[in-house]
Design a protein around this ligand. Structure first.
Ligand SMILES: Nc1ncnc2c1ncn2[C@@H]1O[C@H](COP(=O)(O)OP(=O)(O)OP(=O)(O)O)[C@@H](O)[C@H]1O
Ligand SMILES: [Mg+2]
Length: 456
């Protein structure tokens, strides 16, 4: 028995019988159908490596059938049967990725060679993909760095929900790693072979959002010179990541909701519904619950997107992650810019840990990058850091060199702040419980929270 599964799409009964017989003799596992519609239906349930398609099919023609089949299975190879050798058709079909042609009448020896080649190609593609997956996997979870409880929680949650198909809402300030988490979710999910498609809802002009999401038919509006697929269709079989979802206008929210509920979209200016199979991820740095309360975000869409929520805490709440991240970026950019820099000095690191990082990890990445570009020693020191990024100095006393006691105090404060924050979180921000846990009075806790700017 030859390995590989073959789908035959041929409306002519005689020809279908001939192909079926030929493949059976060669020992191929195969299934014959008589139309494109039947083929699509079957392909939703079973996977095929190679498809033999007659171009002249009733209703949906061979090329259109091929396009739709391939969307669900990008590794599939196709061979087309044509009655009369049309050069234009051959060129179009080749451009679309059809591997080869049979001209009627069919030659059995030729069929053998062509099918063998198609199967080989398909297997090769699958192999390459699985190798790529191994690479991608190291680009998934392992890319989320940090030893803090907060980061471990994020990683744990990603692991838990990656396997399921539920929608996930990723919340965090700008630069906290929302996109990184979205990618990790995709690449560790069963959909990793499929596409990961991102739309930045804030970056697309409102009037184009619908076309961007759902695609459009040729002539649907001025400028629509040809039919185009939208992001939903592009993400079919994979993951759609709606970034900055908080910036989506209400009218678009309604349309998106419908698409999600019905698993189906329509091109702008089109009439036929198109089935879609996607996993939805969304991210925002806005307070969506507040937006819901204010009526600028639909409650029903919010619940659809927020089946599971992954909050990513800001960097200032987990300063213990800073050395790991800083060293990671140091190695990364050192290699990129081919400088011989080995480390950030201890004073430099302390400075980084005492800054509040409103731009979070992205801001840290930028600072390290600048430090590397401009550093003249093999160590990035405190002075260089302040030189390349003056805001860092705002967080430290302006004295020339802090005395030892000052430094000890600074570290002690940092530790105290962290311990209080951890306790607050453990006790769900209940003051009395937190104070008891820390063994201090409620009043003292209150003062310290004020001092360190700790708020829920
Ligand atoms: N835990 C982490 N470990 C390693 N790198 C990280 C981590 N979190 C974020 N990064 C890096 O920080 C940068 C910013 O992350 P990302 O783009 O995912 O953030 P974001 O939340 O989507 O930001 P924005 O709101 O600005 O779009 C990226 O280069 C990313 O690789
Ligand atoms: Mg982002």
């Amino acid at each position: 028995m030859n390995s590989g599964r073959i789908l035959i799409i041929e409306d002519d009964e005689g020809m279908r019988f001939f192909l079926t017989e030929t493949l059976a003799k060669e020992g191929y596992d195969h299934r014959p159908v008589a139309s494109g519609e039947e083929a699509l239906k079957l392909a939703r349930k079973e996977k095929f490596d190679v498809v033999i398609i007659d171009y002249n099919l009733p209703k949906m023609n061979g090329l259109e059938t091929f396009r739709r089949l391939r969307e669900g299975n990008p590794n599939m190879e196709a061979i087309m049967i044509t009655a009369f050798g049309s050069r234009d058709l051959a060129i179009t079909a080749m451009n679309e990725g059809i591997l080869d042609f049979f001209n009627k009448p069919l030659d059995v020896a030729e069929i053998r060679v062509v099918i063998h080649r198609a199967l080989e190609r398909c297997q090769l593609k699958t192999e390459i993909q699985s190798l790529r997956h191994q690479l991608d996997e190291t680009q998934g979870m392992e890319r989320i760095l940090g030893g803090s409880r907060a980061v471990q929680n994020v990683v744990e949650r990603v692991r838990k929900v990656a396997q399921s198909n539920v929608a996930v809402l990723i919340l965090g300030e700008s630069g906290t790693g929302k996109e990184l988490v979205a990618q990790a979710l995709h690449y560790t999910s069963p959909r990793w072979r499929g596409p990961f498609v991102k739309v930045n809802c804030a970056a697309v002009p409102q009037e184009l959002l619908e076309a961007e999401f759902f695609g459009y038919e040729k002539g649907a509006f001025t400028g629509a010179v040809k039919t185009r697929r939208g992001k939903f269709e592009q993400a079919h079989g994979g993951t759609l990541f709606l970034d900055e979802i908080g910036d989506m206008p209400l009218t678009t929210q309604m349309k998106i909701l419908r698409a999600i509920q019905e698993n189906e979209i329509e091109h702008v200016g089109g009439e036929d519904p198109i089935k879609i199979d996607i996993r939805l991820l969304a991210a925002t740095n806005k307070d969506l619950e507040k937006a819901v309360a204010e009526g600028t975000f639909r409650e029903d869409l919010f619940y659809r997107l927020n089946v599971v929520c992954i909050p990513i805490p800001p960097l200032r709440e987990r300063p213990e992650d800073i050395p790991i991240l800083a060293n990671h970026f140091l190695r990364l950019y050192n290699e990129k810019f081919k400088k011989g820099i080995e480390s950030v000095s201890p004073e430099g690191m302390e400075l980084l840990q005492s800054y509040s990082w409103p731009g979070n990890i992205r801001e840290l990445e930028n600072v390290i990058q600048r430090g590397i570009v401009l550093a003249y020693n093999d160590v990035v020191g405190k002075k260089e850091l302040i030189d390349v990024y003056p805001p860092l100095a705002d967080n430290v006393p302006e004295t020339a060199g802090p005395k030892l006691q000052d430094q000890v105090d600074a570290v002690a404060s940092l530790t105290e702040k962290r311990l209080i924050l951890e306790a607050l979180k453990e006790e769900n921000w209940k003051r009395q419980e937190t104070a008891d846990r820390l063994g201090i009075s409620r009043k003292s806790l209150h003062n310290k929270m004020k001092k360190y700017g700790l708020e829920r």
